[in-house]
Design a protein around this ligand. Structure first.
Ligand SMILES: Nc1ncnc2c1ncn2[C@@H]1O[C@H](COP(=O)(O)OP(=O)(O)OP(=O)(O)O)[C@@H](O)[C@H]1O
Length: 417
């Protein structure tokens, strides 16, 4: 039997991936992929996982999780992806369409998924849509780029790699100062002392000790399911697991009558799914100003000072000429830069960025990382950057690593990378 073809399709901010995948799975003829014509393909993507989560939530249909009492929603990304892949393989498709399969996965899980896909690629074709060059599988036989809806084929792997290298991005100018600086009395923003967390009798975090002080730049890493989201939600006030334990936030012991509103005031938070809340027609200027009011739209007329400040941020991002453009018209990379500016506009004592580069192409991710490094250097905000990926150019001062063990993850601190 001939070795099946394996296709890598590099995507960028212009790619209409969803439309293209719909064509491919709908058996609409695509010249460059004609070997897949009339074959049965199945989709492995984040959106599929979300669709199954929705089925569980709304219709109580446990499809991917039928063999476990746990819901898909509470599983780690690695557990969710494993469940989806098993489900798809059981249906014996001719080919698999993968969209950014390694996003949100830790290094070890990425490696084991890579091995599994390499094995699968021997018996069926893979069509791998990826925004990251580093994710391309060595078994790839045919290289493409998706520009808009057009597939561009490269004559050789060498031609592909040569054409898609990119230079390091730079921002010109400095981080704009806040209008009303927030005075933070406590030098220690976060303190976990021997914090442990269990879900349904299973311990997830064990004796976590961690202190984040003003102005520090931390990266929080750990394999899927190690408890990163659990820790973050204790900091943002979205989890009650901190009550009755020795958790202090901005100098106030958890459970001592602190208000969640007060907490939110001191934290700038960004995770890519937040972007979905902004579906209306918000101009970029209003988007940034709304960060001063913690609102989704803007309900009061902005002051001159606020408009000036928004202008300074947009200038820094190289989007000054787009101040009246609607947010929804931006590429996903641009949206994340604007959302980060929005989270940062007040200069909150703590800026949390949760998997902020997931799904971005290399160029947009590098630009995002350059912005974060700049914020770390030029502001007094402490930064907490959560990611699985080793973002090559990210310059955290400290890394907090969660290492799973049978009795829950323990935390280890590394100085710099
Ligand atoms: N509400 C819940 N009920 C039951 N189990 C939960 C709940 N929330 C989290 N878990 C479990 O706790 C563990 C830690 O989950 P958490 O989401 O904090 O990990 P993570 O490090 O953020 O993972 P990922 O990187 O995949 O997002 C996982 O095994 C998860 O299944």
């Amino acid at each position: 039997m001939d070795q099946p073809k394996n296709y890598a399709i590099l995507t960028n901010n212009t790619s209409q991936t969803q439309e293209f995948v719909a064509k491919l799975l709908g058996n609409i003829s695509i010249d460059e992929l004609k070997l897949l014509q009339n074959k049965r393909g199945l989709l492995f993507s984040r959106s599929e996982i979300e669709r199954f989560m929705d089925e569980e939530d709304r219709h109580d249909l446990k499809i991917l999780t039928k063999d476990t009492p746990q819901s898909l929603k509470t599983m780690s990304s690695g557990e969710q992806k494993k469940a989806l892949l098993n489900y798809l393989l059981n249906q014996e498709p001719d080919f698999l369409v993968l969209i950014n399969p390694f996003d949100n996965l830790d290094v070890a899980t990425q490696e084991s998924l890579k091995e599994q896909l390499t094995e699968i690629s021997k018996s069926r074709s893979l069509v791998h849509f990826t925004s990251r060059l580093g994710d391309i599988l060595p078994v790839t036989t045919d290289f493409f780029k998706l520009n808009g809806n057009e597939l561009e084929k490269y004559a050789s792997p060498e031609a592909f790699w040569e054409a898609n290298r990119h230079d390091d991005p730079q921002f010109k100018g400095t981080i704009p100062a806040p209008i009303n600086p927030i005075k933070e009395e406590s030098t220690e923003l976060v303190n976990f002392t021997n914090i442990s967390v269990s879900f349904n009798g299973r311990q997830v975090l064990k004796d976590i000790n961690w202190s984040v002080k003003q102005g520090e730049f931390w990266q929080l890493i750990g394999p899927n399911g190690s408890g990163k989201t659990t820790m973050l939600s204790m900091i943002t006030g979205d989890s009650h697991k901190g009550y009755g334990q020795d958790l202090t936030l901005f100098g106030q012991k958890k459970g001592s009558g602190e208000s969640v509103w007060d907490l939110k005031q001191r934290i700038g938070y960004f995770t890519p799914s937040v972007t979905d809340k902004f579906r209306g027609y918000h101009s970029l200027e209003n988007m940034i100003i709304s960060g001063l009011h913690d609102s989704i739209g803007l309900y009061v007329l902005p002051t001159q000072a606020e408009r000036r400040l928004a202008g300074q941020w947009l200038k820094l991002l190289g989007m000054h000429d787009k101040k009246d453009t609607h947010f929804r018209e931006l590429t996903s990379g641009e949206k994340r830069l604007v959302m980060t500016a929005r989270a940062m506009v007040k200069h909150p004592p703590l800026l949390i960025l949760d998997e902020p580069t997931a799904g971005l192409d290399d160029k947009s991710a590098a630009l995002f990382v350059a912005l974060v490094n700049k914020i770390a250097k030029e502001s007094d905000s402490a930064i907490l950057f959560v990611s699985h990926r080793d973002e090559p150019k990210l310059n955290p001062q400290f890394i907090f690593e969660l290492i799973p063990s049978e009795n829950g993850s323990i935390g280890i601190i590394h100085n710099e990378k």
